[in-house]
Ligand binder design. Structure first.
Ligand SMILES: C[S@@+](CC[C@H](N)C(=O)[O-])C[C@H]1O[C@@H](n2cnc3c(N)ncnc32)[C@H](O)[C@@H]1O
Length: 280
């Protein structure tokens, strides 16, 4: 079978699944299989595929057909300016989360020297993207999932940032190490009863630990804010990602914990997504 026939067949298979982009998905998966970019596929339509590659392609297509996200199938997701290694142990980085990186870079110039903490680091995408842009920052990432910490460490090594990072496998409730100039967090913030309404790709494949915000969606956020008020230096900044319609309640929790609110930022969908505050 040549590349063109394989891609046509694959698009047909995925057209009857939840994939909204069957042609693109087929090209991405075949690129992964033949270890070449998509341009190569288009330019070599009549190239015959090896038997073992057809077998592997079919295996990936079957998984995609069942809804498994592309990022888990190719073990890769682009975030900010880099590719990150991703597997089913970590949340797939979202474009809206890039706001946390963008706001940090606006607040601190290239000469700043800061110690930063990322709570619920997952793949390490937020922390590592910032460290890559700010050579004098030192970063600590913590996560309750040991497997997620392994992924974050792997990404730090891949991006040559291991010497400026420390990772701990810990529940934020039990973490007491260090004092920080800046704390960032994208905690789990989805109400338990709303988990079942998430897209199939998310609810069936992404780690519950990364999504589940407890009964009212605020249980992890409250822990993160309480602990941040202890670990952040005076006048230190706190940048927090929040969920849909959580702004007002979180602003009052922050104020109660002695944070001054600097600004609330909307995401690309015009929803309140990120709060910047200062410990007073
Ligand atoms: C929404 S994900 C964010 C992952 C990554 N920072 C990102 O933005 O893509 C939340 C992360 O918090 C971690 N987590 C959940 N509860 C935690 C807790 N109590 N203490 C520390 N980490 C926690 C999860 O394992 C998950 O990796």
């Amino acid at each position: 079978m040549n590349i063109q026939t394989a891609l046509n067949k694959a698009s047909k298979i995925l057209r009857n699944s939840s994939s909204g982009t069957p042609k693109l998905d087929s090209e991405i998966l075949l690129s992964k299989v033949v270890k070449k970019n998509r341009q190569y596929l288009i330019l070599n339509f009549d190239h015959e595929l090896k038997k073992e590659n057809i077998k592997l392609f079919n295996f990936l297509l079957e998984r995609r057909k069942k809804g498994e996200p592309i990022a888990y199938l190719i073990n890769k997701k682009e975030f900010w300016k880099k590719n990150f290694y991703i597997n089913k142990d970590v949340l797939i980085p979202r474009p809206d989360t890039e706001l946390l990186v963008e706001e940090t870079l606006k607040l601190f110039n290239a000469n700043s020297k800061l110690s930063i903490l990322d709570i619920g680091t997952g793949s390490g995408c937020i922390l590592l993207s910032i460290l890559d842009e700010r050579k004098n920052f030192f970063g600590t990432g913590i996560d309750i999932s040991k497997k997620a910490i392994n992924v974050a460490r792997f990404n730090a090594k891949m991006h040559q940032l291991r010497n400026r990072t420390k990772f701990y496998n810990s529940d934020i409730d039990k973490f007491l190490i260090g004092k920080y100039d800046l704390i960032l967090s994208n905690p789990p913030y989805i109400k338990q009863e709303d988990l079942k309404y998430l897209e199939k790709d998310v609810k069936d494949f992404e780690p519950k630990l990364a999504l589940d915000g407890g009964k009212d969606g605020f249980s992890e956020v409250k822990k993160v804010i309480g602990k941040t008020s202890m670990l952040l230096k005076k006048n230190g900044k706190f940048i927090l990602e929040i969920g849909f319609r959580q702004k007002n309640r979180i602003l009052s929790i922050l104020k109660r914990n002695n944070f001054f609110i600097n600004k609330v930022i909307k995401d690309y969908g015009k929803n309140d997504r990120c709060i910047i505050s200062t410990k007073i």
